[in-house]
Structures are given as structure tokens and as C-alpha cells.
Design a protein around this ligand. Structure first.
Ligand code: ADP
Length: 487
């Protein structure tokens, strides 16, 4: 039997994306269709979304009742199909018709009215969940991250029979905190300001709404699901998460195996698959040339594709670059983010021409070239809910060298003697997350690289691993059905 699910997110690929959340929100509905789940996706009608709606011949629908009140009576829902997804765009122009980032104003800071903007998203989701739209009513509302967190509170505080609810945490570090005084304009009842509501260290947290009031909480890997229940990884929410007990679980992300397919990827110099790994050499040479590195086929080439932030642990890599250089290895880096890290890597590239190559910026095609050209991809994250770059690396024959945290721990099989003997290894893990352990991991990688048969077996294992959305979609579909059965 087909299952009706409303997905609610502040971004979804390909209409609007700033990170992994957008990838997931865009990919999951397609994979769920094969599992008998009919998903509609509610996102704000930013300018790019409005343009897509118009191009797709949208239907203009009324806002659910409460949302219209909250938005001062102005706005609509735009229903349309595009890129294989069934979209509902929340078109409240004074909140969402703004160019640039979905979250930040031209000064690079959060829009001051983000509480109103994302409260409207949550209210619209709740309205659709309770009243339906266009003759369609979801059995489950699946909300993502703090921006969609209020859907659960509005549904619960309505006191009406509500659909089942799932809340997925993509990154617990973003609590969506707003002042307590916002409670009244956002039409939240007095109990919302208590511990059993959304109160969080003297503020209201939109994330807490999702954690507190959803039937099930998922996060994007089983290990991260365990880590967020500890004081070290819980960012202040661990007590609540422990109290939710079995309601918390982990479902790994997949990647789009069409967009990430080394056999057909137009960004590569040479296509390859698990049986033609020798063709990667042309991609390595092209990448070395593009980044100003010495074109040496047998030099161990490490790569990075990442946001440059504290979370990603790349300050540790910056610290140990002398060791990497001392090993005679090379580094190809693509990244953007914190200025000190960008500047640090750029000056190391200038000081070590031919050995360190750095491109600062966001470049999708170059990201594909890096994955296809490097021998090993470094991911020294301090925490990592799932991580997508190590999955891309597996699919492109780059050996992931990762910190043993979160989704990195769940997706890479460390090349310890037992795993090598069993022919199961796919990468290198290290712990604790220190510069010394990272250096040792790079040394271990160099030793493995010298053992050509072991290395090739690890690459083949990675290429043969299933990193698609098929398995995760089956798990989400089973989760939705278990909520409905329990109701
Ligand atoms: P996060 O969402 O925390 O940034 P993930 O590993 O989950 O990290 O997802 C990052 C995604 O963004 C991957 O698909 C990666 O290829 C891509 N990416 C990150 N930085 C860049 C960049 N500078 N250029 C191109 N793609 C990038």
C-alpha cells in the first residue's frame, strides 16, 4: 500500500542546496518511490524555487489556515513537479523572496527574522499535516534539522489527531536558538517555554522541538546516534536524547550514484570502473597538472574536498603538513570556509610548489576530479554526523583516511591485519583525533600504498560497496510503517 509522507526541509537539491541536508532532502524522495512511499517535499519559495515552480507550470493553492494568519494573510503554496520530485513551495514573499543564501543576509549574518521565516515553514507543515492540501493528507510528516523543527511542536500543541512524525538530525551543532520573547508572536503556548517544551538554556530551541515532540528521531549514522546521547557529543541535548531511548536511531546517508559514477562522469579525463582501475592514472596526472603539482605517477597523492571549519579537523592537517612533505607525498586540496585555514593552506602551497596544491572555492567538477585522481582522501573530522566525501571516495577508488567518529566509523573498514587478511578493508581509520594520530595514519597509508596488491584490493572493495540510497530508503520506509503500526 502506498504511504503518503510530507518531507519538510529548508533546502533540497537541485532547487536549492548549501550542504549535505540539501543532498539528502533531494535524493530521498526518489529512492523512497521504489519503496511505495509517495513523498511531497515542502520547502520555502526562495527566488530559485519560485522560478522552478513557474517553469514547471505550478498550481497556486491557499495556505493552510493558521499559516495565513501568522503570515499576515499574505502568501500561497505552489504545487509543481520538477526533477522527479513533487514539490510544495511555501510562497510568502516578505519572508522568502530574497536572493543569495537561504539563511544569511548580504552581511553574511543570519537574517534577523529567521525565527519568523522558519516558524512559518513549521506551521505550514503542521497545517498540511492536520488539514491536508489539495485533497492530499500525509500519514507521516518527516522534518529535517532545526529549520523544520517547529512542525512537531505546532502539530502537538494543536491538540488535534496528528499524523506520525519523524525528525532527522543532520547536524546537532545547529540548535536554532531564538529568544524566549518570540514565543508569543510565533503562536506557541506558555508550556513551550518550559523544560518539557522548547526551553533550552534560557532560550527556545527549534531543534529541541523536533527532538521533544517527534515520534521517532533519526540521525544520519548509527555511530552518531550513539554519540549524541553522550555529554561529549550531545551539545546539551544528550539528556533529552537519552530520555527518548529507543525513539532515537541512525540511518546512513547514501550518495547519488548516477551523479557520482566514474564510468560515465564527464568531469573525468578517463572513465573507469572496478575492472579498469589502471585508467585512474590519467585522472591523477590531470589533477596534478591542474593543481600545479609535479606530475609523478608513483608519488602518493593525498586529497581533501571539504568545508574548511573546526569540525572538519583540517587545522590538524595544516599542523602536520611538514610530515606529509617529509614523507615525499603530495596534497591536492579543494575547500572553502574559515579565512585562517584558507590562508594557511594557500601559504603552504606557495611555499611548497609542486607538492602542495590548493584551490579555495566551491567547484563541483573539480570535486569529482579530486576524487578520481587522488590515491587517498583525508577526512580528519572532529565530529561527523555521516559525511559524504568518504562515500564518494569509495566509489571513485580513492582510499578514505578518516577519523574514527560518526558516519566515518560506520562506512570505512579499517585496514588492520584482520581486515586485510579477510580481504574486507576499504580504508584507514585513526583515533584519537590528534595531529599525532593523523600523522601515523598517513604513515600507515604510505605503507599500504607500497603494497600494490593490498591497495588494489582495497580500491576494488570500495568500488563494489553499496553507497546508494536503496538501503537507506528501505530503512526509512520501514520506520514510517512501524510508526503507523504502533499508532
Ligand atoms: P558537510 O555537509 O558537513 O559539509 P558532507 O561530507 O556531508 O559534509 O558533504 C559535503 C558535500 O559537499 C560533498 O558532496 C562534497 O563533495 C561537497 N563539497 C564540500 N566542499 C566542496 C568544495 N569546496 N567544492 C565542491 N564540493 C564540495
Amino acid at each position: 500500500m502506498s504511504l503518503a509522507v510530507l518531507s519538510v526541509a529548508s533546502e533540497a537539491y537541485p532547487l536549492i542546496k548549501t550542504g549535505g541536508l540539501g543532498d539528502v532532502a533531494g535524493a530521498l524522495p526518489l529512492a523512497l518511490a521504489a519503496e511505495g512511499v509517495q513523498m511531497r517535499t515542502l520547502i520555502p519559495a526562495y527566488p530559485a524555487v519560485r522560478r522552478a515552480a513557474q517553469a514547471a507550470g505550478m498550481t497556486v493553492l491557499d495556505l493552510p489556515v493558521g499559516v495565513a494568519d501568522q503570515a499576515g494573510g499574505r502568501g500561497n503554496l505552489l504545487a509543481f513537479n520538477a526533477h522527479g520530485l513533487d514539490w510544495l513551495a511555501l510562497d510568502i514573499p516578505h519572508l522568502f523572496d530574497r536572493p543569495g543564501s537561504p539563511y544569511l543576509g548580504p552581511d553574511g549574518r543570519d537574517w534577523p527574522d529567521n525565527p519568523q521565516r522558519f516558524a512559518a515553514l513549521g506551521r505550514a507543515a503542521a497545517g498540511i499535516g492536520l488539514q491536508g492540501v489539495d485533497g492530499w493528507k500525509p500519514q507521516i510528516v518527516h522534518a529535517h534539522d532545526w529549520q523544520a523543527g517547529l512542525a512537531a511542536a505546532y502539530l502537538t500543541y494543536s491538540g488535534e489527531p496528528r499524523p506520525g512524525t519523524v525528525f532527522t538530525v543532520h547536524n546537532l551543532a545547529f540548535a536554532g536558538k531564538i529568544p524566549l520573547a518570540q514565543r508569543v508572536p510565533l503562536h506557541l503556548p506558555p508550556e513551550a517555554a518550559t523544560m518539557d517544551g522548547l526551553e533550552f538554556y534560557g532560550a527556545l530551541s527549534l531543534l529541541k522541538s523536533g527532538l521533544q515532540f517527534s515520534d521517532r528521531i533519526t540521525t544520519v549514522s548509527p555511530t552518531y546516534a550513539t554519540e549524541i546521547c553522550t555529554p561529549e557529543g550531545g551539545m546539551g541535548f544528550d539528556g533529552l536524547l537519552r530520555a527518548r531511548g529507543d525513539a532515537v536511531s541512525g540511518v546512513l546517508n547514501g550518495i547519488d550514484i548516477q551523479a557520482w559514477n566514474p564510468a560515465t562522469d564527464p568531469a573525468l579525463s578517463a572513465a573507469f570502473d572496478a575492472k579498469t582501475l589502471n585508467k585512474r592514472a590519467a585522472n591523477k596526472a590531470a589533477l596534478q597538472a591542474r593543481l600545479g603539482l609535479a606530475v609523478e605517477p608513483n608519488t602518493l597523492l593525498f586529497g581533501v574536498v571539504s568545508r574548511l571549519t573546526w569540525q572538519k579537523g583540517l587545522d590538524l592537517l595544516l599542523e602536520v603538513l611538514p610530515e606529509l612533505i617529509g614523507m615525499g607525498a603530495q596534497l591536492a586540496m579543494l575547500g572553502a570556509g574559515d579565512r585562517p585555514l584558507e590562508d594557511g593552506f594557500k601559504s603552504e602551497a606557495a611555499a611548497n610548489p609542486g607538492q602542495i596544491g590548493v584551490v579555495v572555492g566551491y567547484d563541483e567538477a573539480l570535486a569529482h576530479m579530486v576524487q578520481a585522481g587522488v590515491d587517498a582522501l583525508l577526512v580528519p573530522s572532529r565530529f561527523e554526523p555521516c559525511g559524504l566525501t568518504q562515500l564518494c571516495a569509495l566509489r571513485y577508488g580513492a582510499i578514505p583516511v578518516v577519523a574514527r567518529v560518526g558516519g566515518l566509523a560506520d562506512t570505512v573498514i579499517d585496514a588492520n591485519p584482520a581486515a586485510i587478511a579477510a580481504g574486507a578493508a576499504t580504508g584507514v581509520q585513526f583515533s584519537p583525533i590528534t595531529s599525532m594520530a593523523l600523522t601515523q595514519a598517513m604513515g600507515r597509508t604510505a605503507k599500504l600504498y607500497a603494497q600494490k596488491t593490498v591497495w588494489a584490493k582495497m580500491q576494488t572493495n570500495g568500488l563494489n560497496a553499496d553507497v546508494s540510497w536503496r538501503g537507506p530508503a528501505q530503512q526509512y520506509a520501514a520506520l514510517y510503517r512501524s510508526i503507523l503500526q504502533a499508532a
